[in-house]
Design a protein around this ligand. Structure first.
Ligand code: ADP
Length: 865
């Protein structure tokens, strides 16, 4: 590029404009080049050299580039870093350009695709065990519609929720990209904003009907206008990034917001369901329980854990299948071995439908679908097959014709590239076979020519070689070149290299032309077979997707059964009441960590019921309080996701919402004032928890001063007990809270046990009834290696403090006669209202100064000040 608007610069700038806020990959020969700001951004992220090329407006143009053959890995890193990329390809060959516009014509380029985090299909860019969700959301007359799809497998779901539940719904979906209309103020930060007109209910409905070729969507489910509007926005975005080529989209599912156990973002994060607190899968719940042998199974499991069910019947169906596979260990082993060998059918289909499929993907469909049929046949003969499996069995079969066809058409292990051909099996197409024989013959003829030329020239080092520039040529070392340079030798000179010379010969030229011609015809023939096979797969896409889903569901159940067998887990009972009875419960992640160190996990019971629904749990730090709280929440989650649980027995009254909150000091990594965060999250529980909810509160109030903290913890516990009336485990180190037991009839006191033995603290990690006797803070400090001198000083301070407490009644002195939460609030509100009434009745202009003063005194008296 040079200064001013050279044609290339003009072309670049136009494409740059079109790329919007995406980086522009501009194809130049074997490279994708980036210029200007794009080059700076990409070179930093990719850690590649930033150079310059030409000038623009008198300034050198920053540039960096990546080779086309390695572009995928660079793309992966850019996407991971949060970038989006527009790919501008050459859409004609240099020869075509010349033909079109003369020797100086610029090759036409166009953006052929946008690569964004939510619209990937490439195997190399996707994590096999994780769904990749693209979501769109918008608000229509007070309700929010959400459309979500995973285009790598085509699954799509539409749902609707109240605006305040949007954050929780998005947290559940875990989308890697979210699209919202421009100008929507409630739209989450970081979302991609698109024209509001794209989010139209009528438009969305029309697009869905068109894509699925139906006159009405009723057959798929009941969709509201806001759901359809979100679908419209989603499809418009897919259109945009695919430049009109739509990816695989299966018929949408209507998902009712209350069909799943609700958990907000803070709860998901604190329970470390799919990701551990320090990031990554290690140490998360899914890491501890995932025994799936396929990527699709692992993706389904993640979805199950993100959206546990609210229907007891559906939970029971899943559990029945897990139990059946748990009981039949040999069958389970067989099944898992068979599944392990299968390719990822869903994702192969996604690539094929998106027009980015390779011969290898077709081979994967063939092998996956054939494998599915074998799995189905094996299961169909068995007695007492659970209902869920019976329903899945038909989905495993039904691809006989396609599999047979693909088996005949494709070689056993087709390549990922189709440029070289060679993927259509011999015997499938007689004409293709003939072309291959011809080019094979010509190749043999060339080999024969090499021998003949050696003989004729007497140059033993003579070789026939091939490259992309010259095609076939004869090469001899420089010192033997004379013989071939002689006139009448039959060889014509083509190129002189360092130490070697290259020649052509008529016979070689003819054979080479034969190879090229036969090769080109063969390639074209293979290409047209490829297209026909792709079309056949695309036509069966819905049935293939069902097969993939059925395989994933079976893998999840078999994996759950395997995990249960491994850890001696049990089938939970999910019942209608409001109890939570877990005997011998364990925390799967902590237990696994302890096991790795050769230590044993101490199982604990939890027995919540309407008349004893709030457990206050005290005891020393490190005593196991948090672990106990979380293990019970996780057991509920696992049970409603339809899996076995780490406990001796579990009877769980269906939970509608699950909340988990951890006191601020555990959450230092966050940006906002941590105490503020803690309170915002606590407020959400008080506003949302119902009688059916289950709440765990871990040291709430810890993030502020002792008095504030105790006061807040006290008030929150009271409110949960009196107003929300949900099941709740509340861990606290404030002894003073124990006094709540005197006034709250459904609250009981528990503690994790510890013992001092020969001056050392022994943490038993065992839950017992009754209040904690003391805090063991100094003993924990000693355990942690605080120097004896400091400990002994702390001990004398403590003695003084405790003496003071004995004299004054302690921190909570005077709380004994504090009216109950509700009563106190009502009293205040009432007083407030008489004040307000008096004020409202006043005619200020008509008052004398003296009257005004008197009334002020009265008001103050009434307000108790
Ligand atoms: P707290 O919340 O009381 O400070 P934690 O629940 O964080 O205590 O537990 C501290 C450590 O104690 C855990 O990391 C774990 O190693 C161990 N622990 C907790 N519960 C148990 C248990 N039930 N059995 C064995 N070890 C446990």
């Amino acid at each position: 590029m040079t200064s001013g608007a050279t044609p290339m610069m003009a072309q670049y700038l136009a494409l740059r404009e079109e790329a919007g806020d995406c980086l522009l990959f501009y194809r130049m020969g074997d490279f994708f080049e980036l210029f200007f700001e794009d080059a700076r951004t990409a070179s930093t992220i990719l850690d590649i050299a930033l150079t310059t090329r030409g000038e623009h407006l008198g300034q050198p143009i920053p540039m960096c580039g990546v080779p086309v053959h390695a572009a995928e890995s660079y793309l992966a890193r850019l996407i991971k870093a949060g970038c989006r990329v527009a790919i501008a390809e050459q859409v004609e060959t240099p020869a075509e350009a010349k033909k079109r516009g003369g020797s100086k014509a610029l090759v036409a380029r166009d953006i052929v695709r946008f690569v964004t985090a939510g619209t990937l299909t490439e195997e190399a860019l996707l994590e096999p065990r994780r769904a990749n969700v693209l979501a769109a959301a918008c608000e229509l007359r007070g309700s929010v519609g959400i459309a979500a799809c995973d285009i790598s497998t085509g699954r799509m779901a539409l749902e609707e929720c109240a605006p305040e539940r949007l954050a929780a719904a998005l947290a559940r979906l875990g989308a890697s990209e979210l699209v919202v209309p421009e100008g929507w103020e409630a739209g989450p930060e970081g979302a991609i904003r698109r024209g509001a007109h794209e989010f139209s209910a009528d438009g969305g409905e029309a697009r869905l009907k068109g894509i699925h070729g139906v006159a009405t969507l009723d057959g798929f489910g009941a969709f509201t206008r806001s759901m359809l509007a979100a679908a419209g926005g989603l499809i418009a975005y897919l259109d945009h990034v695919g430049r009109g080529a739509l990816p695989l989209l299966l018929p949408p599912e209507a998902r009712a917001g209350d069909a799943v156990l609700a958990m907000d973002e803070a709860t998901r994060a604190s329970l470390e369901i799919l990701e551990a607190a320090q990031g990554g899968r290690r140490g998360s719940l899914i890491d501890a329980i995932d025994r799936c042998v396929t990527g699709a199974g692992a993706r389904q499991l993640a979805e199950d854990l993100s959206a546990p069910l609210m229907s007891r019947a559906a939970i029971a169906e899943r559990l029945e299948l897990v139990e059946w596979l748990h009981r039949h260990a040999l069958l389970r082993e067989d099944l898992r071995a068979a599944l392990r060998a299968l390719p990822d059918v869903g994702r192969a289909l996604g690539r094929v439908v998106a027009g980015r499929g390779s011969p290898r993907d077709l081979g994967q469909l063939r092998d996956g679908l054939a494998g599915a049929r074998r799995v189905g046949d094996r299961l169909a003969d068995l007695e007492g097959v659970p209902v869920l499996l019976e329903r899945l069995l038909p989905d495993l079969a039904g691809h006989g014709a396609l599999v047979d066809h693909f088996e005949r058409a494709l070689v056993p292990a087709p390549p990922t590239e189709r440029g070289q051909g060679g993927y259509i099996a011999s015997g499938y197409d007689a004409a293709l076979d003939e072309l291959r024989v011809m080019s094979g013959n010509a190749r043999r003829a060339i080999a024969a020519l090499e021998a003949k030329y050696r003989d004729e020239t007497g140059v033993a080092a003579l070789k026939i070689k091939h490259n992309n520039v010259l095609g076939y040529f004869i090469e001899v070392p420089q010192r033997h070149a004379d013989r071939l340079l002689e006139a009448e030798s039959g060889f014509s000179h083509r190129q002189t290299m360092a130490g070697a010379m290259r020649f052509n010969a008529l016979a070689l030229h003819e054979e080479a032309a034969r190879i090229t011609e036969a090769g080109a015809h063969a390639l074209a023939a293979e290409e047209s077979h490829f297209e026909a096979l792709v079309a056949e797969a695309v036509a069966s896409r819905q049935a293939i997707a069902l097969t993939a889903a059925a395989l994933a569901r079976i893998d999840v159940a078999a994996g759950q059964a395997e995990r249960a067998a491994e850890g001696n887990w049990t089938r939970p009972q999910v019942v209608d009441g409001l109890s939570l009875e877990i005997e011998g419960g364990r925390h799967p992640v902590v237990e696994a960590a302890l096991k790795a160190q050769g230590e044993r996990f101490v199982a604990n019971d939890c027995r919540l019921a309407s008349h004893d629904r709030l457990w206050l749990i005290g005891g020393p730090n490190m005593g196991g309080k948090s672990t106990f709280l979380r293990q019970n929440a996780l057991i509920v989650l696992l049970a409603q996701a339809g899996g076995f649980v780490p406990a001796r027995s579990a009877r769980i009254g269906l939970v509608d919402r699950l909340f988990s909150r951890v006191g601020a000091s555990d959450n230092l990594a966050r940006g906002r004032s941590t105490f503020m965060v803690e309170m915002v999250e606590t407020a959400a529980i008080l506003a949302q928890a119902t009688e059916r909810s289950f709440v765990i509160l871990d040291e709430v109030g810890r993030g502020t001063s002792t008095y504030d903290g105790l006061a807040l913890a006290w008030a929150v516990a009271e409110a949960v007990h009196e107003t929300n009336r949900c099941r709740c485990l509340f861990a606290t180190h404030y002894h003073e809270l124990a006094r709540l037991a005197e006034t709250c009839e459904a609250l009981s006191l528990h503690h994790v046990r510890a013992r001092e033995w020969k001056g050392d603290l022994v943490l038993l990690h065992e839950l017992a009834d009754g209040p904690a006797d003391r805090s063991y803070g100094l003993a924990v400090a000693r355990l942690a290696g605080v120097p004896p001198k400091v400990i002994s000083r702390a001990k004398s301070v403590l003695d003084k403090l405790e003496k003071g407490r004995a004299e004054t009644g302690g921190l909570a002195a005077g709380l004994g006669d504090l009216p109950l939460f509700v009563a106190a609030q009502e009293a205040r509100e009432e007083a407030c209202d008489t004040l307000r009434d008096t004020l409202r009745a006043l005619d200020v202009d008509a008052l004398s100064p003296r009257d005004a003063l008197e009334i002020l005194y009265d008001l103050k008296r009434e307000a108790g000040a």
